[in-house]
Design a protein around this ligand. Structure first.
Ligand code: ADP
Length: 304
């Protein structure tokens, strides 16, 4: 078996204890990740969390400080052209072919690959058939990004990296883009690693989400697993008999509601139970990282 073969049972991306420093500044502090074939995996985190750095290391564009990284069975620092041909990149933007026409550019890029997609079919897939003869610099932001995706998938990649793909999109362009990613993953079995700071996007698209905050993965799981993991408890709201709005956080909302009913003379006004959401988990992780709670816990764990 050569270094670059990759069996379906292995994760498409496997990362263990990845660290990265820019000069004296540590930005990744020991990341572990497994992304499986056919998954849409989101690396979610605020600006500066280390998402782009992580993705650039996985793409082979940046040398890591330490740790083990395998992408399609190879170390990205030693990936050859065959390996690179199995990966699709949608960078933050290709800005270097402004005067080319859309179909021309795709046809040109197709010549780089052994088994490229048909440019006309690809234009239909990304919804740019009507713009085939338009110059790249005349496209709208959303159309430009869909062309970026078309360029990323022209070589039929097994693995597609999307770095902050919908930044600056209006809601309709964002929705169309999401449908495109879903189609690629569902109908074509492409594994997708997406970075985003947009919770709604992560929840909408991803089978699994890793929350990256301050260079550490704070939580990883399906959107519903992460929502359940919220340290925030369920909130029960109601209006008391004297008309005062009340709210209480509890681990056991049914018990609280049962007690409210038992103590009430009649129906409870405006009763509402709000379960923790993915957003609660995310904000909790971000706030813990910001106030140093996690670093303190890490230090205690190491000292113990
Ligand atoms: P994200 O993509 O989550 O916004 P980045 O990976 O771009 O995060 O950045 C993580 C941290 O590394 C930030 O503090 C950023 O300022 C720093 N950083 C990113 N690229 C470089 C670089 N080339 N040189 C020095 N510091 C960098």
């Amino acid at each position: 078996m050569t270094r670059f073969e990759h069996s379906p049972a292995q994760p498409v991306i496997r990362v263990r204890d990845l660290t990265m420093a820019y000069g004296a500044v540590d930005v990744l502090h020991g990341i572990d990740l497994d992304v499986h074939r056919g998954e849409v995996f989101a690396l979610l985190g605020p600006n500066g969390a280390g998402k782009t750095t992580t993705v650039e290391i996985l793409e082979g564009f940046r040398q890591r400080s330490a740790g083990e990284v395998r992408v399609l069975g190879a170390d990205p620092e030693r990936g050859d052209d065959t390996w690179r041909g199995r990966i699709g990149l949608v960078l933050q933007s290709w800005r270097d072919h402004p005067r080319w026409r859309v179909a021309e550019l795709l046809t040109h890029f197709a010549t780089y690959y052994p088994d490229p997609r048909d440019p006309a079919e690809l234009l239909a897939l990304v919804g740019l058939t009507d713009q085939a003869d338009r110059q790249v610099n005349r496209l709208s932001g959303g159309q430009r990004r869909r062309l970026d995706v078309a360029l990323g998938i022209v070589g039929r990649p097994e693995l597609l990296f999307l770095d902050e793909p919908t930044t600056g999109f209006d809601p309709e362009a964002r929705r169309e883009f999401h449908l495109l990613v879903e189609r690629l993953a569902r109908d074509e079995g492409v594994t997708v690693l997406l970075t985003t700071h947009d919770l709604v996007e992560a929840e909408r698209l991803a089978d699994r989400i890793a929350m990256l905050v301050g260079g550490r993965i704070r939580a990883c799981g399906t959107p519903s697993e992460l929502a359940r993991r919220a340290a925030a408890r369920a909130e029960v709201r109601w209006t008391a008999d004297d008309g005062t709005p009340r709210r209480e956080r509890t681990d056991d909302p049914s018990q609280l509601v049962w007690e409210l009913h038992r103590n009430a003379d009649g129906p409870i006004a405006d009763l509402e139970v709000r379960r923790p959401t993915l957003e609660d988990t995310y904000l909790h992780m971000v706030h813990r990282a910001a106030d140093g709670t996690d670093e303190a816990a890490d230090r205690e764990a190491r000292a113990a």
